[in-house]
Ligand binder design. Structure first.
Ligand code: SF4
Length: 690
């Protein structure tokens, strides 16, 4: 039997058929779909292997001792135990004693029900999710500029007809290979400190690779704006008719003539002029940003600087041109819309907006005053766990913060200090291994639900096969706990279609409006891009007639350049930056358990320029300790002549001693609360193998 569904991993959400039948192992095959053009990367091809993994957890587990022992139990016992402990901690310490940590990998329905569970069943303000570490800077900058943020406010195939595409801090050739099918026609300008696979393709196609010093992207964007204006290439009519705030933004760009830009970023002045001309004179052009722009303590301003450039060239809100953010996690878009963020209610509504509270409270059948207010952001929530001012218990769904949070050693210490850690997962991730209770949940192909991909396209995930006996869906877990915490059963349905219908009502009239999304429309193959306000609606291209601010105009943000939160010095003379590999996904909890992927990339590594290797006393193939002020990560040295001598690169898919996030900096962006993942001052030391 073959069932059409979508990949469990990244935001491209490639379409696939999963074949599953008696006696045979499930297998994934690519399926026709405009976003991935019938392609899958190796992660997609191998994704079904985990369904039958011997490492699946199939019984609820209760910790028996601190040294790692668990005992299997039945669901009633596990849920009663969890609910009882939560009630006790709430009674003793108040509702905010319990925290919830969600994920940009959860379906729309789970994201929604989890937010509702936190606010109603637990009454806590302490809920946030790992998307805070992923997309929050782009979401903040997009909202600021356009009044509403949708990753790509146009279908991805639109970019194929452009003449030039600038990719800032994105490496889709490695992270989303099928996306490159849309990028083979345009000339690419790739902005990345690393000589990435995408940079290589840009150069091969006659494009440019601009390799700024990590943390200097705003200066480069300002320099490109300056160079475009100096060459009289700004779209003055568009600026006058469709935007506000150019003059204030220009004050920051005025000083960044190309030679000054070169001094700050290291990108040659001539390249800055050339890139500006190429982008500004293209018949169709897109500026696309990724995590490399966002994961900074100034991530919001960095993305704003790229948006300012796009606005000055008249790109957003036009057919054949635009600005977009390439989301990362599978539901990086939907996961940030439905209320699992600390400051948000469903429909992209602010939790401190009285009208939003009244609307959602009515859908939920409660008084608005019952809803808690905004809570701390992801890192702040994690960093306070087990302290006098933090939560005493936490429920984790779809996330592995012991590996993926910044300053991960510090976060692991905080997780250890909890009175109760409950983790829903299907394998024993590093975070699950620290839990007091592990609840085994279904995987993507074992349940129904919807996802919203990087284009704002709502997709139907279908159940291909039943979960193993003893395993429940996340929705069933949430519903089971809610009832045990005293909620009426009808308030927490475990059926995905019922949750989607309620999500539609709760989001109606909000920015991300799903009111017209229905299983029937999705099963009929309709292409649904939000906002979907009613049963006839879909919005493939946004902002063509105006932006979402009340006056219909986009806003330039008055942003300048400022240094990274931490600069190299004598003790830590190098910069570490982090990123993804083709063969692994996020914390690697899933992909490190897939034979082909683990075989291809079995261990952490660090890319080092040969001169830097000599200076640091490490040779190709050595093990090195990458040491920052916060901790150390072990990694095998790979010398690369095309690396920047001042920068090393670490993939972040490995755990324990090899976790790249052992060294990363938790300095936070003042707007998005995004940590400074991409710039950490480090030194290299030769080390023994782990
Ligand atoms: Fe497609 Fe991403 Fe899955 Fe690869 S991981 S198959 S690019 S959705």
């Amino acid at each position: 039997m073959s069932t059409a569904t979508h990949c469990p991993y990244c935001a491209l959400q490639c379409a696939m058929h999963v074949e599953a039948g008696p006696g045979g192992a499930p297998a994934a095959r690519p399926a026709p779909f405009p976003t991935n053009r019938g392609g899958l990367c190796r992660k997609g091809w191998t994704s079904a292997e985990l369904l039958n993994s011997p490492e699946r957890i199939v019984r609820p587990l209760l910790r028996t001792d601190r040294s790692g022992g668990f005992a299997a139990t039945d669901w009633d016992t596990a849920l009663e135990h969890v609910a009882g402990r939560l009630k006790g901690l709430r009674a003793e310490h108040g509702a905010d004693a319990v925290a919830v940590f969600g994920s940009g990998g959860l379906t729309n329905e789970k994201s929604y029900l989890l937010g509702k569970f936190a606010r109603l069943a637990l009454g806590t303000s302490r809920i946030d999710y790992n998307g805070r570490f992923c997309m929050s800077s782009a979401a903040a900058a997009g909202g600021r500029a356009f009044g509403l943020d949708r990753g790509l406010p146009f279908p991805l195939p639109d970019v194929a007809s452009a003449e030039v595409v600038l990719l800032a801090g994105a490496n889709p050739a490695e992270t989303m290979p099928p996306m490159m099918g849309h990028l083979s026609g345009p000339r690419l300008i790739v902005v990345d400190p690393r000589h990435s696979a995408t940079a290589e393709q840009a150069l091969a196609g006659g494009g440019l690779h601009l390799a700024p010093r990590p943390g200097t992207d705003p200066a480069l964007a300002l320099g490109l704006l300056h160079a475009a204006r100096a060459q009289h290439l700004l779209d003055e009519d568009y600026i006058a008719a469709r935007t506000t705030g150019f003059d204030q933004a220009w004050k920051h760009a005025a000083a960044f003539w190309p030679e000054q830009t070169e001094q700050v970023t290291g990108v040659p002045a001539q390249r800055v002029r050339e890139a500006a001309r190429l982008l500004a004179t293209a018949r169709g052009a897109y500026v696309l940003t990724g995590r490399g722009s966002e994961q900074h303590a100034k991530g919001t301003d960095t993305v704003s600087a790229w948006i300012n450039l796009a606005l000055a060239l008249g790109l957003p809100g036009r057919e054949g041109s635009g600005y977009g953010c390439i989301t990362g996690q599978g539901n990086g878009q939907g996961g940030r819309e439905h209320g699992q963020k600390a400051d948000q209610l469903p429909g992209y509504r602010r939790i401190d907006d009285p009208a939003a509270r009244a609307h959602v409270a009515e859908v939920w059948g409660v008084d608005p005053d019952e809803l808690p207010g905004p809570g701390p952001s992801a890192f702040e929530l994690l960093d306070a766990l087990g302290t006098a001012s933090g939560a005493r218990a936490m429920l984790v769904l779809g996330s592995n913060p012991a590996v993926s949070a910044p300053d991960a050693g510090r976060v692991r210490n905080r997780l250890s200090a909890l009175d109760l850690l409950v983790v829903c997962d299907f394998v024993m991730s590093e975070t699950a291994a620290m839990a007091d209770v592990v609840l085994p949940v279904a995987q993507w192909a074992e349940e129904r639900g919807t996802m919203t991909n990087l284009e704002g396209r709502v997709l139907r995930r279908r159940a291909v096969l039943a979960p193993p006996p003893g395993v429940r869906t996340d929705l069933e877990v949430i519903a089971g706990l809610a009832v045990r915490l005293g909620q009426p059963a009808e308030r927490f349905p475990a059926d995905a279609d019922a949750v989607l219908a309620e999500l539609g009502r709760a989001s109606a009239g909000g920015g991300a409006d799903y009111a017209g999304v229905s299983p029937e429309r999705l099963e009929a193959g309709e292409e649904l891009f939000w906002p979907v306000a009613d049963a006839g609606a879909s919005t493939p291209r946004m902002f063509l007639d105006g932006f979402a601010h009340p006056d219909g105009r986009a806003r330039f943000a008055p942003v300048g350049h400022r240094p990274a939160a931490e600069e190299p010095d004598a003790e830590f003379p190098l910069i570490a930056t982090t990123g993804r590999l083709m063969g692994h996904y996020q914390s690697g909890a899933q992909t490190r358990r897939i034979g082909e992927l683990a075989g291809a990339e079995p261990e952490a590594y660090v890319e080092v320029h040969p001169d830097t290797g000599v200076r640091s006393g490490v040779a190709d193939g050595d093990w090195a300790r990458v040491v920052s002020r916060r901790g150390a990560a072990l990694a095998r040295v790979r010398l690369r002549a095309d690396a920047r001598p001042d920068t090393v690169f670490l993939p972040f898919h490995f755990g324990g001693e090899e976790a790249a996030n052992n060294v990363t900096n938790p300095a936070l962006d003042p707007v998005s609360r995004m940590p400074e993942f991409k710039v950490s001052a480090i030194r290299l030391e030769r080390a023994d193998p782990p």
